[in-house]
Every structure is written in structure tokens, then in C-alpha cells.
Ligand binder design. Structure first.
Ligand code: NAD
Length: 453
């Protein structure tokens, strides 16, 4: 389950041949390692020259943990190294003409963006209560960012942070989102705009172990994306309960040992699954703070050939079980310490996918569910969000026929599939204490799929 083409075209001869033949040349993604630098070069913060917001963002990065080691500039002149990241602060644009200066400054800086570099925009949400010119300028940022992300090469990515009304740059989740997008943890997140809707959330005691003292449950954790999520949550300090069906018991026990957590054999479609998860977490670990609904199945068929069993089983595991478990969580006093729900959706649930009406109904359902569940948790500082992976190298996708798989791998801006760890990093970010102002959102981890949405 690896993509040997990426290594091939990044080797000397393979790269030359691919270039000559006009074949895709995916870059090597900059992923998290224990001593990975925060950014692969100096960070440039662009905005209008007098922008107080741009000065505030530069200050925000500088004073964040690890920021003191970064070289942060407010102007492109005089830089000796290639830019590790460019942050474009557009929160004060009031007319589309205001986009010109910062975007054209960015144009100049792009030629000196390091491989694996980052571009991050910061803008305000366009709403129907804005004046038409303000709304045009704000919405224009989305179009520009999504297009720019499609132009970046060599493993560089472009993402945006959108501030909802009443949220300013000092909100904990703005700092956390900026940190995530700049860091190697967001390697396969590209072309996405993430809204910070409130000032809730707080910076963790330690950014190395932001989940210290938290108890997390991950369903479908015996393999694939779920196993990677369990490992990353444990790395970030959480005590982890791994859940999977009894048939996967051996792999589950091995993983529980590895992450020094506990295993719970459970079919999540059991009517009392929620109560059993809460009982296990409380009796073994003293509480429950984070639930990651990762377990999922596919039973692909064209709708014309779909059996009731194929439709029902996918809906039962992928959305029905999550709804039932969430009801138990919302009713439990154990789930009130700034709780986090993170659900696995899929880009199929957004853009649709031939042969997946059942799966896409379930995953679209997840997106609707988190949007409606988020507000129910906000009173106790909680959130519910979804992560929507695109094409990720797992056993689920290894069953796709070779030719279809090879096409699916290349049809995104990064021209490669993601790894389970890429999804896990996004889940861990949303599960963290600083992400409390991000609620009811969907974060895609898809390398910016070029097909569909
Ligand atoms: P996978 O098939 O490798 O692993 C899924 C796990 O869920 C398995 O261990 C399985 O035993 C478990 N599971 C299934 N039914 C269960 C049940 N009733 N109770 C408890 N556990 C159950 O899948 P994956 O590729 O790692 O995907 C994980 C999640 O990510 C799924 O929700 C999937 O829909 C979603 N996703 C995956 C991709 C991808 O490219 N792999 C893309 C988009 C979304």
C-alpha cells in the first residue's frame, strides 16, 4: 500500500524520463517527524503595508511556541533563503481592488517558495449582510486561494483561514489553524478554507503533547486510518481506547499494547454501543473527552443493481451507529469536559462518486450530522467536526482495480494519494483544546481533488 511512482519520479533518471514524457511529477510531501522544523525557511507575512492585521499575524506567529526560532518578515526584500511559508492577511479587504496589492506581492514571492512550502490566507467570511463590494472582496479570496493551490508544485500547499463575524486574530483557534496549516502535519490538506466561528478554545500547556490528560476513543481502529489516528492521538498525549469488531481482536489488542491504551471489542451498530464505550472509558481511564467515529465500510454498486442489504449495512455502520452513539454521549455527564467529536466523512459524500450512492448518502449524512451536533456541544465548550479524506492508501482502497486506482491517485493538486497519518493529523488538530472555535465544519484531507467539489 505505497505509491512507488512518487519515489521513482523524484529519483534522477525517473524524474528526467517523466519530464520528457510530460508525465505527472508529484513532489515529496513534507510530513511530521520528531525533529521536523516548523517551516522549511523564513515566513513572509503579506498584507497592505499599513495593515494592522498583518502586523498582528506576524506577532502571533513570533510569539507562538516555537515561533521565536522562526525568521518572520513583513516584506520580501533582503531575504537570503527560499520562503518556508507566505501568510497573506486579507482580513481587511473591502473591495475587490484591495486584493491586487497583496496578491501581486504574493506572485513575486511564489517563485522563491521552498519545496514543501505553505501559503496561508487569512480572510473574513462573506455574508449576505455585508455590502456587495465587501462580500465580493471576501468571497474573492476563496476563489483565488483555491486556484493558487492548483498552481503550487513540489509538495507545497495553499489553505485559508476564514474568520466569522465577531472572531478576531487573537482567537485561540486562529492561532491553532495557522500553526496546523504551516506545519508538516497538514501535508495532504490543500486548497481548503477552514472557518473559525467562535473565540472558544485555549492553547494547550504543551504543543508537543496537546492532548495530555485527555481520554480518546477511536472506532474501527484495528487497521488503516483508525490505527493511524490512535497512534497520533497517543503521540499527542491522549490515553486511547481502540474499538473494533471481535473478528479484528488480535490486531486490536496489538495496537492497544503499542499505544499503551485499552481495547474494546464492539460492533458499533449494537444498540448499546454508546453506553458500552462510555462505561469502558470511565471505568478504565476515569472519563471520556474525545470520540473519533472512524469505523466505516463500503458496499459499492450502481444504484440500479443495489440490494437492500448493501444499502442498509453501509448506512447502519457509517451514519446510523454514529447518531446512536452521539445520543448516548450527549446524555452523559462524563462527556462534558470540552468534549470533541470528530467523524470520518469522505469527499464522495461531497462530490459524489459513481457506484457509491449508499456510501455517499452515509458520508453526506455525517457532514449534516456534525453541523447539527456542534451547537449541541458548544454549551460545554465542545465541538463536532468532520474530516473528509480523499484517496488514501489503505486496505479499503487497495481493493480498487489498478488502473482506476492509478487515475484516482493522480487526480488531485498534489498528484498522489494521502497516507493514513495525514488524516490522523487533521483529526488530532480538531480534537485539540485550541480548536474549540472550529465547530460543525468539514476539513478535507484530499490533496485538493480535481474531480467534483
Ligand atoms: P478500513 O476498511 O481499512 O478499516 C475500517 C475499520 O473499521 C476496520 O478495522 C473494520 O473492522 C472496522 N469496522 C467496520 N465495521 C465496524 C463495526 N460495525 N464496528 C466496529 N468496527 C467496524 O478503512 P479505512 O480506509 O481505514 O477507512 C477509515 C474511515 O475513513 C472510514 O470511515 C472510511 O469510510 C473513511 N474514508 C477512507 C478513505 C480511503 O481512501 N481509505 C477515503 C474517504 C473516507
Amino acid at each position: 500500500m505505497s505509491d512507488s511512482y512518487v519515489s521513482l519520479v523524484n529519483g534522477g533518471l525517473g524524474g528526467t524520463v517523466a519530464k520528457k514524457l510530460g508525465l505527472p511529477r508529484p513532489g515529496v510531501l513534507r510530513r511530521q517527524t520528531p525533529d521536523a522544523p516548523f517551516a522549511p525557511g523564513p515566513v513572509l507575512v503579506l498584507g497592505s503595508p499599513a495593515s494592522a492585521d498583518a502586523d498582528a499575524v506576524a506577532q502571533l506567529i513570533l510569539t507562538s511556541d516555537g515561533g521565536a526560532d522562526l525568521d518572520i518578515r513583513r516584506a520580501a526584500a533582503g531575504a537570503s533563503a527560499r520562503w518556508g511559508a507566505v501568510v497573506v492577511v486579507l482580513s481587511d479587504v473591502e473591495h475587490p481592488r484591495d486584493l491586487a496589492a497583496p496578491m501581486l506581492d504574493l506572485s513575486g514571492a511564489l517563485r522563491a517558495l521552498a519545496p514543501g512550502g505553505r501559503v496561508v490566507t487569512i480572510s473574513r467570511e462573506a455574508t449576505s449582510s455585508d455590502t456587495p463590494s465587501v462580500a465580493a472582496a471576501r468571497q474573492g479570496v476563496d476563489g483565488a486561494l483555491r486556484s493558487l493551490a492548483k498552481e503550487l508544485r513540489a509538495g507545497a500547499t495553499g489553505n485559508g483561514i476564514v474568520l466569522a463575524g465577531g472572531v478576531d486574530l487573537t482567537a485561540a483557534s486562529v492561532g491553532a489553524a495557522l500553526r496546523f496549516f504551516l506545519s508538516p502535519r497538514s501535508a495532504f490538506v490543500d486548497g481548503q478554507l477552514l472557518t473559525v466561528s467562535s473565540v472558544a478554545g485555549e492553547a494547550p500547556g504543551s504543543w508537543d503533547r496537546p492532548l495530555e490528560g485527555r481520554v480518546a476513543v477511536v472506532t474501527g481502529a484495528a487497521r488503516g486510518i483508525g490505527a493511524a489516528i490512535a497512534r497520533v492521538l497517543a503521540r499527542d498525549g491522549a490515553r486511547v481506547v481502540v474499538v473494533d469488531v471481535p473478528a479484528a481482536g488480535e490486531a486490536l489488542a496489538a495496537l492497544a499494547n503499542e499505544v499503551r491504551g485499552t481495547a474494546l471489542q464492539l460492533d458499533i451498530t449494537a444498540p448499546d454501543a454508546g453506553e458500552r464505550i462510555i462505561d469502558h472509558a470511565v471505568s478504565r481511564h476515569g472519563g471520556l473527552d474525545i470520540v473519533v467515529h472512524n469505523a466505516g465500510i463500503t458496499r459499492d454498486k450502481l444504484l440500479a443493481n443495489m440490494s437492500p442489504e448493501q444499502w442498509d449495512s453501509v448506512l447502519a455502520v457509517n451514519i446510523g451507529a454514529q447518531l446512536t452513539i452521539n445520543e448516548a454521549l450527549l446524555a452523559s455527564p462524563a462527556f462534558t469536559r470540552s468534549p470533541r467529536i470528530v467523524s470520518l466523512a469522505s469527499t464522495s459524500g461531497i462530490a459524489g462518486n459513481r457506484g457509491q450512492t449508499n456510501y455517499a448518502a452515509s458520508k453526506g449524512g455525517v457532514i449534516g450530522m456534525v453541523r447539527a451536533t456542534g451547537p449541541l456541544l458548544a454549551g460545554v465548550g465542545g465541538t463536532a467536526n468532520a474530516v473528509a479524506p480523499g484517496f488514501i492508501e489503505t486496505e479499503m482502497t487497495s481493493r480498487i482495480p489498478f488502473a482506476t486506482r492509478e487515475v484516482a491517485r493522480r487526480l488531485n493538486s498534489l498528484q498522489q494519494a494521502g497516507l493514513p497519518v495525514d488524516v490522523a493529523e487533521a483529526v488530532a488538530f480538531l480534537a485539540g483544546p485550541a480548536a474549540g472555535g472550529i465547530n460543525g465544519e468539514v476539513l478535507r484531507v484530499c490533496g485538493q481533488n480535481l474531480v467534483g467539489a
